[in-house]
Design a protein around this ligand. Sequence first.
Ligand SMILES: *[C@@H]1O[C@H](CO)[C@@H](O)[C@H](O)[C@H]1NC(C)=O
Ligand SMILES: *[C@@H]1O[C@H](CO)[C@@H](O)[C@H](O)[C@H]1NC(C)=O
Length: 467
Amino acid sequence: MTISSPITPSQVSFFLGLVPVLIAWLYAEYLEYKKSSLPTKVSASRHSDVNLVEVGMGEGTVREDDRVVLLEGGGLQPASPKARSSSAFSPIFRFLTMDESFLIDNRLTLRAISEFGVLLAYFYICDRTDVFGSSTKSFNRDLFWFLYLLLIIVSAITSFKIHHDKSPFSGKSILYLNRHQTEEWRGWMQVLFLMYHYFAATEIYNAIRIFIAAYVWMTGFGNFSYYYIRKDFSLARFAQMMWRLNFLVLFCCIVLNNSYMLYYICPMHTLFTLMVYGSLGILNKYNEIGSVMAVKLSACFLVVILIWEVPGVFELIWRPFTFLVAYTDPAKPTLPVLHEWHFRSGLDRYIWIVGMIYAYYHPTVGFLWFEYIYKLDKITYNKYHPYTSWIPITVYICLRNISQNVRSYSLTLFASSVPDAQPKLLLSLIPDYPLLNFMLTTAIYITLIICMEQASLPCETETLETD
Ligand SMILES: *[C@@H]1O[C@H](CO)[C@@H](O)[C@H](O)[C@H]1NC(C)=O
Ligand SMILES: *[C@@H]1O[C@H](CO)[C@@H](O)[C@H](O)[C@H]1NC(C)=O
């Protein structure tokens, strides 16, 4: 195995950190296994002997005390002497000493960290070593659309079933694009982004641009709706959102020694999410007033014009953040370091505001149409129809409820041996069989996504209720 680029200190620390966690997790699984097999064996062999079973459970009782310590964070005096003594040790110390009850209590956390670490190690092996080969990309229009449409048909069939399963969707959200629908929309586009990169489908470049714009539009739409309705500007929720948007990319940058900007979609959404948060958060107690909102929306436009349209302002504002947003493409080393960020963030600089405007005024438009046009009698309605039919159609398109099955994070399965290089090659697990290779790498990819979805589930509870 040869490693294609020099190993960095952060990579070393990552792998050094991963090993003890892996060991601790495996040990915790072993302890859990031992614990769960013990009492059942006892009770199975001696049905009548209640005492013996209770002895077997004694171990569990002590653990309860420890859990109290853990939950209270040592803040409250725990009841039993055993628990008090263990509260003196910090979690780190208990981890390092492989404290058995601590390991058992935190088994699931250890498992999540281990799984995540192994995934990152897999990324490293694919991208930075020659363990697996690489192959060039090839595009075949017929195959490309065949696969995409096949996927749509398959998920349409599956989602039809799911739709029957969970009916309790009230008509309340009828005028809004609800969270599930935007998530689905995101899913469709992400599949298309991935296929675009996988097959190097350069002929749909402009279409991909539109889809990315649609994605940024949804950042404005979704986040505006959320903050406008929930009014939750708390630091906790904000930090959680920033973490959810960035943690995967952060670790990929560390492990693969890439720039943050290589995953430009992530800083871009982070920036526009911040802008939406800022525009609603500042003076948020006046958000209910229509004119204040109009001023805020205009201010967003002005800020964007100032930063992106006035020459020199972009560089001036972002220079202090060069450490974060600089990027030098090894294929084009002569470009200024801020070029990539300027280009990427500039492409979609307005559309998030349009998303906000849509979120703010669109329910009103749909409602007015329903009240004043739809309810008219047939003859009068027909007079207005040619001028107003776009309204329900637009609303329909927004509300069109396809399934939420396909969701994914856009992260690469694409091999690139140099840090920061744009991925030009494909991971090749089955050399010379491009289609089988596509199937296998996709299957692995989807499995990884499901793992990560589960890992990030606790943060996903913020469904948008629109009432
Ligand atoms: C889909 O639309 C139908 C009617 O247009 C509505 O009754 C249903 O609640 C919607 N489903 C979702 C998931 O929004
Ligand atoms: C806000 O935007 C980000 C980036 O697109 C997205 O991940 C997040 O889900 C959005 N939040 C809401 C509540 O829609």
